[in-house]
Design a protein around this ligand. Structure first.
Ligand code: OSB
Ligand code: MG
Length: 369
């Protein structure tokens, strides 16, 4: 196959419920939707789900836009490939910029699976007909507000809740949620905001029956994560620390984490995500698919990835309705009693609402090989 045209659309959508993490609060998100077209007119879509600011990773929507136009689209345009797993090889010299790469890699996968009549999940190696979804809840103004959020998602049937924590919002809200909802699987995500001097927070959380503690320390602090893991019964889950499969190897060698959050965006695409899944599976550590509040395109790709056999923990693939009132795909991703059905039709398994995408686009790119 050969991609002869790459279009990109900067689309902003309002969130149904404001989301606050340890780094910032957001009420709407701007993502870049990427459309690739081959010589025969077949199209594929991907999503660059970078946050606007460089607080989760160094990338921003603006840097993604520049890298797509300046380096990554030119690396792909007019080049021949047989299988989407070869596409990352086209930009092998470009270091970093995983979110940008992820959008193009995803577009290549949906192009190829759509054109070859294969469901995306099956092409990736997926074996599940349904995947289990958890929800990620932000920091709320009060514990009562948080309990109301947990109650709503418990009532919707989600079996796992992840709570964002930060210093001053950790042990108390976690204990309140565990006490009020003892049947739920609960885990916490610190987004790397604690330091080793605050390890006591985690030794205290260790006795609250959490499924895992996600990214307590800074992304590069793998040795510190290993020291913390020695103190805890609760598995540490790595997110920001693992950008490449080499990072995963280092984490495994150090015993710095016993669960892996695989994000398509953070790792540079579906090809890299599958490689991380395979490596984790070989090492015997469970994985789940994390999210970046993706619009429908990225969300559907996350569902397809979560169908792989190593994804044994609930993924952040909650229904589109938790986030957006109006979606960029039809039908939207739907979770029923915390389960999402994996599409069995060719490609992404959802139609992209191109008219809506074009109407919403604040800026567009149109590049040809
Ligand atoms: O650390 O998992 C994270 C969103 C933005 C930045 C970082 C994270 C998140 C989430 C989103 O938790 C979860 C979702 O998309 O459902
Ligand atoms: Mg995380």
């Amino acid at each position: 196959m050969r991609v002869d045209r790459i279009e990109a659309f900067r689309v902003s959508l309002p969130l149904v419920h404001e989301f606050q993490t340890s780094s910032h609060r957001k009420s709407h998100l701007e993502h870049v939707l990427v459309k690739v077209t081959d010589a025969g007119g077949a199209a594929g879509w991907g999503e660059i789900a970078s946050p606007s600011g460089p607080f989760y990773s160094p990338e921003t929507v603006e840097t993604c836009w520049l890298m797509l136009r300046g380096f990554l689209a030119p690396a792909v345009l007019g080049r021949d490939w047989d299988h989407p797993s070869q596409v990352p090889g086209l930009w092998a010299k470009v270091r970093g910029h995983e979110f940008t790469k992820a959008g193009l890699d995803m577009a290549a996968w949906t192009l190829w699976t759509g054109a070859s009549g294969t469901p995306l999940a099956a092409a990736l190696g997926g074996t599940r007909a349904k995947v289990t979804a958890g929800v990620s809840l932000g920091i709320e103004p009060t514990v009562d507000d948080l309990l109301a959020q947990v109650a709503a998602h418990d009532a919707a049937g989600y079996p796992r809740i992840k709570l964002k924590i930060q210093p001053g919002w950790d042990v108390e809200p976690v204990k309140a949620v565990r006490a009020a909802f003892p049947h739920l699987q609960v885990h916490v995500d610190a987004n790397g905001v604690y330091t080793e001097a605050q390890a006591e927070v985690f030794t205290e959380l260790d006795s609250t029956g959490l499924v895992m503690i996600e990214q307590p320390y800074a992304p590069r602090a793998l040795a510190a994560h290993a020291r913390l893991q020695k103190l805890l019964e609760t598995p540490i889950c790595l997110d920001e620390s693992v950008v490449t499969v080499d990072d995963l190897d280092t984490a495994l060698a150090l015993d710095a984490g016993r669960v892996l959050n695989i994000k398509v965006s953070r790792m540079g695409g579906l090809t890299a995500a599958v490689a991380a899944h395979d490596r984790a599976r070989e090492a015997g550590i469970p994985v789940w698919c994390g999210g970046m509040h993706e619009f429908g395109v990225g969300r559907a790709a996350n569902v397809a990835l979560s169908a792989l056999p190593g994804f044994t923990l609930p993924s952040d693939v909650s229904g589109s309705d938790k986030y957006y009132a109006r979606e960029v795909i039809a039908p939207p991703v739907v979770a029923t009693q915390g389960r999402v059905t994996v599409p069995v039709t060719a490609g992404l398994g959802h139609d992209v609402d191109e008219e809506f995408v074009r109407a919403q686009a604040g800026a567009t790119l149109d590049l040809r090989g």
